[in-house]
Design a protein. Structure first.
Length: 165
């Protein structure tokens, strides 16, 4: 893990200015929340750039929305049974591949330790992470778990639930 804080990584990459970071820190003191999410909320940086920098900071591979094919789970591994669709949807986590007792998953929030602990518990696997935007993972979850349910209206409901969660 990098010893740099996310704000420092973003400044070093030229994605935000020192003034923008200071404004976000002041906002954070009043409103609480994670600095990356606040920078996105304030419009100083895109979610895509923030997630990419977070991946750099934490040394976690980043899957860009431009490479959506990377967010396609390996076929014929029964990954939909490894992580149930309700857990995947609620936690914005997508199983991508499994090799023996090692499971690779795409997540939006690699710092959600409770979710990661629950993921280890329900899968009985060591978890390898890749990081992507929330929207990209939600779309991939819908495509993987619910694509065959589009005709019965379930897809729309699940898609809307994903935006609320």
């Amino acid at each position: 893990m990098s010893h740099f804080r996310l704000g420092e990584v973003l400044i070093k990459q030229g994605l935000i200015t020192e003034k923008q970071l200071n404004n976000a820190i002041e906002f954070q003191k009043r409103e609480k929340g994670r600095i990356g999410e606040i920078l996105v909320k304030l419009g100083f940086i895109s979610e895509e750039n923030m997630i990419s920098a977070l991946g750099s900071q934490l040394v976690i591979p980043y899957y860009s929305s431009e490479n959506a094919e990377l967010l396609k789970p390996q076929p014929d591994q029964k990954l939909e049974k490894v992580i149930p669709p309700d857990f995947a949807t609620k936690n914005v986590v997508l199983p991508l591949s499994k090799h023996m007792s090692s499971l690779t998953c795409a997540v939006n929030d690699p710092l959600d330790l409770l979710m990661l602990d629950n993921l280890k518990r329900i899968t009985s696997c060591e978890i390898n992470l890749v990081i992507a935007t929330k929207a990209a993972i939600q779309k991939a979850i819908n495509d993987f778990y619910f694509a065959n349910k589009k005709e019965d209206g379930t897809f729309g409901l699940l898609q809307n639930m994903g935006k609320i969660i």
